[in-house]
Design a protein around this ligand. Structure first.
Ligand code: AQP
Length: 329
């Protein structure tokens, strides 16, 4: 059985981009793979977080994993900082990575834009290495993520291959990224040229999985489109409408071509109204399940059990890696 690993940062509540790009895959994959899903809280402190809020978000994300359908009987769900192997392997991989390759990461460039070197936290620079450690620690074969993580998966593969070549043995399993055709990059509703993001300032730039029906309606009705009133997919000329079509298609299962035919000559009003309904129908059950799970004893049990199972795998990998590197006695 192939092994799957992925994670989400607890930097806020999950939005439909996280869901359609990553979490939908988590649920599909657990039927035929051994899946390990992590709340990557150590990544989130690359930027300052309010401690009490961070702790709440960690539990929210774990509960949301379950609310969207990750089944703890089939998959491991755990919190990154509770398994110390991530930090240990992160250090070992830091020693095998180069400043040049890390400075080419587009997320690093984006997050450090406009800042002086003296004020850029080094965690922002090295976090792709910690992400590589997360994946390699579990000998993962498959990593389901959104398109924005492509470059980080490439770095993970480069590091694994580099170290395997150095020791002439399979110290690490070389993983593959898994990206969906639809939903791999959902854009912000207020600016369809930037990706939808948890930490963007404007709350109406995204639809969170915990948003009320009223908020969902308002966000979609306010979403940026264009003035030609034709429902057609054209990412260059009509990025706003194309983004809404992607969201509609992934939630409803109706192809983009069929949606274009359905709304021919209708303008944007009816299209948006129907999208509101489709989105609310998809999100409401997630929100309701979340309410049941979030403060239940079950969540604590799932995370305790997940930590134990994750730790058992991580310890074995770390022992093998330390032996290959000549660390310890
Ligand atoms: N807009 C998106 N469309 C499709 N997939 C997305 N993902 C993120 N944004 C989109 C995927 O969701 C998973 C979890 O992401 P993350 O929390 O680890 O970090 P991120 O990519 O930095 O997500 P955000 O929402 O933009 O968070 P902040 O604002 O904190 O930086 C990943 O698989 C990601 O690809």
């Amino acid at each position: 059985m192939k092994r799957v690993f992925s994670g989400v940062q607890p930097t806020g509540n999950l939005h439909i981009g996280n869901y359609l790009g990553a979490l939908k895959q988590f649920v599909e994959l657990q039927e035929q793979h051994q899946c390990i899903y992590c709340v990557v809280d150590m990544h989130s402190i690359t930027l300052p977080q309010e401690p009490q809020e961070l702790r709440e978000h960690i539990l929210d994300i774990a509960a949301l994993y379950m609310a969207v359908g990750v089944d703890p009987k089939k998959s491991i769900i755990f919190i990154q900082s509770e398994v110390s192997g991530h930090a240990e392997l992160g250090w070992i991989l830091n020693c095998a990575s180069y400043m040049g390759e890390l400075s080419r990461m587009t997320q690093f460039k984006d997050k450090s834009k406009g800042k002086e070197n003296g004020s850029i936290p080094s965690g922002i620079f090295t976090y792709p290495v910690l992400m590589a450690a997360d994946i390699l620690l579990y000998d993962a074969d498959i990593v389901p993520v959104g398109n924005d993580q492509k470059q980080h998966i490439e770095l993970t593969r480069d590091l694994a291959i580099r170290i395997n070549n150095r020791f002439q043995k399979q110290t690490f399993v070389v993983p593959e990224g898994r990206f969906l055709k639809e939903g791999a990059r959902i854009m912000a509703l207020d600016d369809p040229t930037s990706k939808m993001s948890k930490s963007a300032e404007n709350d109406f730039s995204r639809i969170s999985l915990l948003d009320s029906d009223t908020k969902i309606k308002k966000a979609i009705m306010k979403a940026t489109t264009d003035s030609d009133a034709v429902v057609r997919y054209d990412i260059e000329k009509k990025p706003g409408v194309s983004n809404l079509l992607s969201i509609y298609s992934t939630f409803s299962g109706i192809s983009i071509e069929d949606l274009e035919k359905q709304y021919e000559g209708c303008g944007y009003g009816n299209f948006k109204k129907d999208l509101v309904e489709v989105t609310i129908d998809a999100i409401r059950p997630i929100r309701e399940r979340f309410e049941e799970i979030r403060n239940s004893l079950e969540l604590t049990k799932v995370l305790d059990d997940g930590r134990e199972r994750a730790e058992a795998i991580a310890e074995k990998t770390l022992a093998r890696v330390k032996t290959d590197f000549g660390l310890g006695r």
